[in-house]
Design a protein around this ligand. Structure first.
Ligand SMILES: Nc1nc2[nH]cc(C(=O)O)c2c(=O)[nH]1
Ligand code: SF4
Ligand SMILES: [Mg+2]
Length: 236
């Protein structure tokens, strides 16, 4: 494929340098590319401006940008880590591949945050450093997404890539049983558990309530560092 035939990326926002707030790279300096659009519609989503047409004008909330221009923006900054998120970034995985490949060639680590419903191509899996896969639990997903939030073939493809980190968003200890079931069915490893919340108070309270049980189950715990530092400010 030549550059001329590659479709542009539909981008909600680019920001950074900031720090990766979630998961195994928490605290690392990072740049963010947030793509627009999602195939799920979670009621407690913290980025509804990427998909919710009932509350947002998506044309005003997104811009078409050449993947090469986004890559050039990244390369003009020195942060080694790039986080591609959304929305659901794998909806645009074809357009994403040239950008991720170029960044990897320049020694940048690219992590993709995904909801685990779409299988990545082998080429994309090769180019990224990690998929942070946040399969949505029953209590977090919308009712109308109940048949879509779990896609066994996508989960298996992500697991087979050898690059998946399973990051579950939870509200209470009652959510942990469902994670254990998924771990058992799909052999998920490693598992990271993250408290849901958009204020530091809620994130810390929930982390305190789940911490002991998460440790007992042999899993890892991540805060939402950007929320602890900056609340729900956009672009952090
Ligand atoms: N600092 C920071 N870290 C993040 N990690 C995952 C994010 C996301 O929105 O997917 C995110 C985010 O929005 N900000
Ligand atoms: S999958 Fe993620 S981006 Fe999509 S609606 Fe759910 S929380 Fe929001
Ligand atoms: Mg976020």
């Amino acid at each position: 494929m030549t550059a001329a035939t590659v479709q542009p990326l539909l981008v909600a926002e680019t920001f950074g340098p900031t720090v990766q707030g979630e998961g195994p790279s928490c605290g690392q300096q990072a740049l963010f590319v947030r793509l627009s659009r999602c195939n799920l519609s979670c009621p407690a989503c913290d980025t509804p401006y990427t998909w919710d047409t009932t509350r947002f004008d998506l044309r005003a909330e997104s811009t078409r940008r050449r993947a090469d221009d986004v890559a050039s923006w990244v390369l003009s900054n020195s942060a080694r880590l790039v986080v591609v998120t959304g929305g659901e970034p794998l909806l645009q995985q074809e357009q994403l591949l040239p950008m991720v490949t170029r960044l990897a060639e320049h020694g940048r680590k690219v992590e993709v945050e995904t909801n685990g419903t779409i299988a990545p191509s082998p080429a994309l899996a090769e180019a990224v450093s990690a998929f942070n896969v946040s399969v949505k639990l029953a209590g977090f997903a919308a009712d109308r997404d109940r048949n879509r939030r779990i896609n066994p073939s996508a989960i298996n493809a992500l697991a087979a890539s050898g690059k998946a980190v399973w990051k579950f968003v939870v509200s209470t200890v009652d959510d942990l049983g469902e994670i254990a079931e998924l771990q058992h069915i799909y052999g998920l490893d490693p598992i990271w558990v993250m408290p849901e919340g958009t204020t530091s108070r809620v994130v810390i309270d929930r982390a305190r309530r789940i911490a002991d049980e998460v440790i007992t189950l042999g899993w890892n715990l991540t805060p939402r560092l950007h929320v602890l530092l900056w609340g729900d400010q956009r672009g952090r």
